[in-house]
Ligand binder design. Sequence first.
Ligand code: 6GU
Length: 238
Amino acid sequence: MKFDILTLFPDMFDGVLNSSILKRAQKEGLINFNITDIRNYCEDKHNQADDYPYGGGVGMVLKPEPIFKAVNDLQLADSQTPVVFLTPQGKTFDQSLAKDLVKKDRLVLLCGHYEGVDQRVRDELVTHEVSIGDYVLTGGELPAMVLVDAISRLVPGVVGSSKSVIQDSFYQGLLDYPQYTRPQEYNSLEVPQVLLSGNHAKIDRWRRKKALEKTLVKRPDLLKEEELSNKDKNLLEE
Ligand code: 6GU
């Protein structure tokens, strides 16, 4: 999976891309980043990336030419490559969109700033507009990193075990079951007996029940979409 990121603040990506799992995944050639500083494509005398809005009003708007030129240089020959514009006006990012986007082998992420970007960029270049939630951030860089992280960990091999990806909260429409590790007793707080039993059928049932209960209490909206099987209904009633 290749990520082409267009931004006015390339330094913001350093920490995230050069740490932990994403760092290793790049070394192993599973994911790849190409970060473009939009300012390198500003050709006017002040390297100006933004300008006043036509018609007046507050704020500044990102100019079209540098973005058109930068995207043109990416040589997106096949139109299969999504060009994602990060904006609070976009579709809210979720696990299902992450699963869709990981099917592509290349993604362009365009980080917005100021009051927005010239509408011609959105009309002509952008294929997806994505938000990470209903609040306003100063720019699209943090949202772009959120997408990169959520999508990268779905690339086979990036996360140690594909089982751990499948068991994660949201992947199967439920929150994750409670996890415990050693010690068996900490300050008189004990690990549930069933997990020590070695009976894997029993452990699976317990985990499914806990995941269902937790989801019902914390995120009942998730259960509305997930049609509960009779087996699940019975587990909840036990
Ligand atoms: Cl994608 N951009 C900005 N600027 N703010 C946001 C956002 C994106 N998603 C939520 N808030």
